[in-house]
Design a protein around this ligand. Structure first.
Ligand SMILES: NC(=O)c1ccc[n+]([C@@H]2O[C@H](COP(=O)([O-])OP(=O)(O)OC[C@H]3O[C@@H](n4cnc5c(N)ncnc54)[C@H](O)[C@@H]3O)[C@@H](O)[C@H]2O)c1
Length: 250
């Protein structure tokens, strides 16, 4: 149901064609915002944008040199696009490490940098960074992802300090495993790998650190993003909001 709480706001969601990003696109559109879907998958971006009555921007955000002279006219920026590679540090491909940092640290920095002048001029802006429980806690075999998400948390805090005087807030949302096609595929793989039923993969592997033993739903992440963009969240800045079923309370 459209509620128009965010009518008049322009929202850019990176990685908006799939998973959490697509849920954000739907949720912002339902609140009356004008949404731009930025994604490397042009067809999926156009489909998500059409469904939301928004605009598609086909862009490979790992091409960070192309983002250096960008100017972004948006009221809300959701830095969401991300990827994962898993290997121990001594076997980790340096190119994959750099790629993850380009997409998940450099690109958010450059997009924020491109959006802030307009936000400062209008005296309003919302930076929402989709981090992870891995921005707050480490897991083995995820050196690139964990270090990139920790960097994103730091970038978000600096942006909050600099933006405050200009009406700009910056926050992270830090979920544990979210029910996306990416994670559902991992469940099947882990089940095969460990020779256990898929239901046990969740409890014994993915949800081991959580008190609430279920996956996060993409819509739960999107609802928090919508709240952070809304009129009640002006004092919420420089923070990280875990949606991790208690994982980071350990
Ligand atoms: N799924 C989880 O369990 C989970 C948990 C915590 C945090 N996150 C974070 O949430 C974000 C979204 O994850 P997701 O699970 O929805 O992923 P996903 O793979 O379902 O979707 C990611 C989207 O980003 C796009 N993308 C990938 N590379 C890109 C590039 N170079 N340029 C532009 N777009 C690109 C993809 O095309 C896709 O549409 C990521 O930052 C991820 O780290 C995910």
């Amino acid at each position: 149901m459209t509620q128009d709480r965010l009518a008049g706001l322009r929202v850019l969601v990176t990685g908006g064609a799939g998973g959490i990003g697509a849920a954000c696109v739907r949720a912002f559109a339902e609140q009356g915002a004008a949404v731009t879907v930025a994604d490397v998958d042009g067809d999926a971006a156009r489909k998500a944008a059409d469904d939301a009555g928004g605009t598609a921007w086909t862009v490979d955000l790992t091409d960070t040199a192309a983002l250096e002279d960008l100017q972004l006219d948006t009221d809300v920026l959701v830095n969401n696009a991300g990827i994962q590679r898993v290997a121990p540090i001594d076997e980790f491909d340096p190119a994959a490490f750099r790629l993850i940092h380009r997409l998940m640290v450099e690109a958010p920095f450059l997009l924020i940098r491109a959006a802030l002048p307009g936000m400062y001029a209008r005296g309003f802006g919302r930076i929402i960074n989709i981090s992870s429980v891995h921005g707050l806690r480490a897991s083995a075999n995820k050196s690139a992802y964990v270090s990139a998400k920790h960097a994103l948390e730091g970038l978000s805090k600096v942006c909050a300090l600099e933006g405050a005087a200009h009406g700009v807030t910056s926050n992270c949302i830090s979920p544990a495993y979210v029910r996306t096609p990416l994670v559902e595929g991992q469940i099947a793989d882990q089940a095969r790998l460990h020779g256990i039923p898929e239901e046990e993969v969740l409890a014994r592997i993915m949800l081991a650190e959580q008190a609430v033993k279920r996956l996060v739903e993409p819509e739960e992440v999107a609802a928090l993003a919508v709240w952070l963009a809304g009129p009640d969240a002006g004092m919420a800045t420089g923070a990280s909001y875990p949606l991790d079923g208690g994982w980071s309370s350990r």
